[in-house]
Design a protein around this ligand. Structure first.
Ligand code: AQP
Length: 335
């Protein structure tokens, strides 16, 4: 079975973009693949953070992943910092990745245009992400479109390492949903919906009350004219709603476009509100049950970390050995 790995940052409340672009697909992947999913808390350190909030959000995101349908018996679900191999491999790969290629990452270019003192960690986080993926001999990485460039960088780093030191890493490929790979902010449909942007009206949270979900969608910014047509350049607001409708009703964008051809924007918004509320309702209900037992969550995450380490440790050993680092006699290096 192909090995699948992906992760989500505990940087804020999980939103509809995370659900459609990534988490909803992970739930399907767990039965078709040998799958590992991770709350990537070390990535949350790359921008300023509040320690108590980070702890709470790490538990919240892990609980939400289970509420969405990830089952620790059918996949490996864990927290990144519980598996030290991620940080250890990052140091090795830091010496294979180049300054120039990290400087060309779009997210770095965007953030450095608006933030004066970005951390070294922020600059380096694509290498941490490469380590996350390569540590598990990953074949497929189900992500949203914003992560495309980072998975390409991961392949470049892996190829360079293999070329220099012999076959070590599997080359992963990113996979994207046919609709909803980049869910846009409902109030600003030229920007992606994101946890860390301050756009409460434009961001549908997975835990929003159904009435709030419906209200946000019905108030979504649409485009001039009145024709329902898929055209992301000319009609970004309507196209975003069509993508959401297709993704959440299990159809294609073309089928949704046909269904609403000749109708008003209001009809499309009502239908999107309905499919969204119905998709999120069970997640919200299950979250309320699961969050009542944090000790059980911690127990399941500890089991997940052990399972993840048993896969990661031999890959790290392979990388260290091939790079010429002396093996300690009789010791597991990261034991
Ligand atoms: N708008 C989106 N549409 C589709 N997929 C998305 N993803 C994120 N936003 C969208 C995918 O969700 C997974 C987890 O990503 P993340 O934890 O990086 O989420 P975020 O909302 O992007 O978080 P931040 O903190 O707000 O990050 P920045 O500042 O980088 O935007 C990934 O597979 C991602 O592609």
């Amino acid at each position: 079975m192909p090995r699948v790995f992906s992760g989500i940052k505990p940087t804020g409340d999980m939103h509809l973009g995370n659900y459609v672009g990534a988490v909803g697909r992970w739930v399907e992947d767990q039965d078709r693949n040998d799958a590992l999913f991770c709350v990537v808390d070390l990535h949350a350190l790359t921008m300023p953070w509040d320690p108590a909030q980070l702890t709470a959000r790490t538990r919240e995101v892990a609980t939400l992943l289970m509420a969405a349908g990830l089952d620790p018996d059918r996949c490996t679900l864990f927290v990144q910092s519980h598996v030290p191999e991620h940080s250890v491999l990052t140091w090795l790969l830091n010496n294979v990745a180049t300054y120039g290629e990290l400087r060309r990452m779009t997210q770095f270019k965007d953030k450095s245009a608006t933030h004066e003192s970005l951390s070294v960690g922020f600059f380096d986080y694509p290498v941490l992400m490469a380590s996350d993926i390569l540590l598990y001999d990953t074949d497929e990485v189900p992500v949203g479109d914003d992560q495309r460039q980072h998975v390409e960088l991961t392949r470049d780093i892996a190829q360079r390492f293999n070329h220099r030191f012999g076959q070590t890493f599997v080359l992963p490929k990113a996979t994207f949903p046919p609709a909803g790979a980049r869910v846009m902010d409902l109030q600003n449909p030229t920007k992606k919906m994101s946890k860390s942007e301050d756009s409460p009206e434009g961001t549908v949270l997975v835990l929003d009350d159904p009435k709030v979900v419906a209200k946000k969608i019905k108030r979504a910014v649409t485009d001039s004219g009145s024709e329902v047509r898929y055209d992301p350049d000319e009609k970004p607001g309507v196209s975003n709603l069509l993508e959401l409708h297709a993704a959440l009703s299990g159809g294609t964008i073309a089928a949704s476009e046909k269904e609403f051809a000749g109708l008003q924007y209001g009809a499309l918004k009502s239908a999107v509100a309905e499919v969204t509320v119905e998709a999120l309702r069970p997640v919200r209900e299950r979250y309320a049950e699961l969050s009542a037992d944090p000790a059980e969550l911690d127990r399941l995450l500890a089991i997940g970390a052990e399972k993840a380490r048993s896969t990661a440790a031999p890959v790290l050993e392979r990388a260290y050995r091939n790079a010429g680092l002396l093996m300690p006699a009789g010791l597991r290096r990261t034991g």
